[in-house]
Design a protein around this ligand. Structure first.
Ligand code: ADP
Length: 543
């Protein structure tokens, strides 16, 4: 029997129109580079996103499925791009402005970005990327975020979108067409593109609103500290617009005091960001310069890296409640969350906080399993560990313009996450290690392998291995463990100076250790598990 339901295709345009029709008074509260604040209503966002779509189609000749890049902080213009680019039938490609110019150029070439929408304050980054592009230059449209005069010859976003778009008609699209893309950093090789569909984005946005995830409603004010260039800011811009929740966008000001000020001003009920951000907020909260008037019982979705139990307990003592989320760019990103069941409600606080520090149970529609390379599928006993593998309607099944990689997908179609975990009898996953050789510092990736290759390029270094060590603010930092060549003269400061011009600032190691030999496996690979054990207690000296 066939269903009698209408074959309406899911689209982010429906979310935009709903916000415009029913929540026009709702606002974005944002902070400009000079720290002043502004508000823009959803009515304006709706109108301006449609103007952007029309201009992309008529002035830039952008067609369905073509990529339009953004290089922007979190602000109202970026939110317009989130909806206006897909409304043109095009693909929203958010660029991670913290990557090296080489990586950004590679990514833009790979995505074949036809237009770049860039903040005026980020033009210095763009100027270093532009000469490295191999496949031609995009049309560049500059957002007057900083408010000053734009450099001569640049095309102003405001002039570009000017015009009446009240009659603009969205292109008809299949829900499986691309809506956006993000790149993930690989352990080895170049970043790879993950392409989301209208269908995956809408389903993910709906699921994100359930009470055990973001619990978003029209009465919420959501502060998005997670960069909008990271996995669609966990797709919360879509969820918030869909239900009519307000959004609070901090721009480039991510310090603890600035965030707390903005949280207060906007009456924040829900906030999201990586643990490093909340570490800074906690420092400000625990050394108050003045009494804070935060909304009672506010929620925080914290993910992207492990959330310490102490952080959950600390914030709970201020009536601020952390929900941890596990996920990846490849999973849109919502993969799992530690949902508290009725029996957990009666547990003492410490046990509940410990539960909240687990990565949790799979979100609806996502399936999760753990697989050991030698022993296969592992039982849910809370002890047996293996690689976490997932599949679901918002989990990527391939990478853009890349042949299918057996290291990333299993023969039976699951994504190999490169995270190692256990699952307990109730289904709660806990991460115990990482098989991908990466370091996550303040929510951004650093590739160990890339660092090792660079360090081994120094003439006085015979070999070098890089492992993650702990850091109270950044979570993890890289430790370079190096063996000198016979007669080689080098120290940490010299290596750091050698690496500095080759790396983005956050990737530059501050910790160096010189040893006689690096532990190796039988086949001669660095024995990273052993090394992580050796340096487990070491704390990074990074600022
Ligand atoms: P994002 O941009 O959302 O940080 P990435 O794809 O860059 O996504 O990173 C995903 C990886 O980050 C995961 O595979 C895992 O290693 C780590 N990660 C994400 N969330 C958590 C978490 N809650 N706890 C521990 N590690 C996490």
């Amino acid at each position: 029997m066939r269903s009698t339901m209408m074959p309406v295709q899911l689209s982010t345009n429906q979310i935009l129109d709903r916000a415009g029709a029913y929540f026009g008074e709702q606002t974005v509260l944002g902070r400009l580079p000079d720290k002043s604040t502004y508000r823009r209503s959803y009515r304006e966002i709706h109108r301006r996103a449609r103007q952007l779509a029309q201009a992309l189609r008529d002035k830039a000749g952008i067609g369905r499925g073509e990529a339009v890049a953004t290089m922007s902080w979190n602000h109202a213009w970026h939110l317009e791009c989130y909806f206006g680019i897909p409304a043109a039938g095009a693909v929203l490609h958010t660029l991670n402005l913290r990557l090296s110019p080489e990586d950004i150029a590679y990514i833009m070439d790979d995505a074949e970005d036809r237009v770049l929408i860039v903040d005026d304050v980020l033009l210095p980054v763009w100027e270093r990327v532009s000469p490295l592009l191999k496949k031609g230059q995009p049309r560049v449209i500059v957002v007057p975020f900083g408010g000053g005069a734009l450099p001569a010859g640049s095309e102003n976003y405001e002039a570009f979108i000017a015009g009446d778009a009240s009659g603009y008609v969205y292109p008809e699209q299949d829900e499986n067409e691309a809506v956006g893309m993000c790149y993930t950093s690989g352990t080895t090789g170049r970043p790879k593109g993950v392409v989301y569909s209208h269908r995956s984005m809408v389903l993910h946005a709906i699921t994100g609103c359930i009470p055990d995830l973001f619990a978003l409603s029209a009465r919420d004010q959501v502060m998005m500290v997670t960069p909008m260039f990271h996995a669609n800011a966990w797709a919360v811009p879509f969820s918030a617009m869909m239900v009519g929740a307000g959004q609070i966008l901090p721009g480039p000001h991510l310090g603890g005091e600035d965030l707390l000020d903005l949280m207060e001003e906007g009456g924040t009920t829900m906030a999201l960001g990586v643990p490093t951000i909340w570490m800074m907020v906690w420092q400000s909260l625990s050394n108050p310069t003045r009494e804070r008037k935060l909304v009672k019982g506010m929620r925080m979705l914290v993910g992207g890296a492990a959330v310490p139990t102490s952080m959950i307990a600390n914030f709970a003592s201020h009536d601020m409640h952390i929900v941890q989320g596990w996920g990846m760019t490849e999973t849109s990103p919502l993969g799992s969350v530690p949902v508290l069941k009725p029996a957990h409600q009666a547990l003492p606080d410490t046990d509940r906080h410990a539960l909240r520090a687990m990565q949790g149970i799979a979100t609806p529609f996502v399936e999760m399993r753990i697989v050991d390379e030698a022993e296969g599928l592992q039982p849910w006993d809370g002890k047996s560990s293996g690689e976490v593998q997932v599949r679901g309607p918002w989990v990527t099944g391939a990478y853009h313009a890349t042949p299918n990689d057996p290291a990333k997908f299993t023969a039976d179609g699951w994504l190999r996450t490169g995270d190692i975990g256990t699952i307990d009898p109730e289904g709660y996953m806990r991460l115990v290690d990482r098989s991908k050789d990466m370091i996550k510092s303040g929510g951004e990736w650093i590739s160990s392998v890339e660092l090792e290759n660079l360090v081994m390029g120094h003439p006085a270094v015979a070999e070098a291995a890089v492992v993650a060590i702990g850091h109270p603010k950044w979570g993890e930092r890289p430790l370079v463990v190096a063996v000198k060549r016979p007669g080689g003269e080098v120290d940490g400061a010299a290596l750091r100076a050698f690496l500095a011009p080759k790396l983005a600032r956050f990737q530059l190691p501050d910790d160096y250790e010189f040893v006689e030999a690096i532990p190796k496996t039988a086949t001669g690979k660095f024995l990273k598990t052993r090394m992580r054990e050796m340096y487990r207690e070491r704390v990074s000296q990074s600022a």
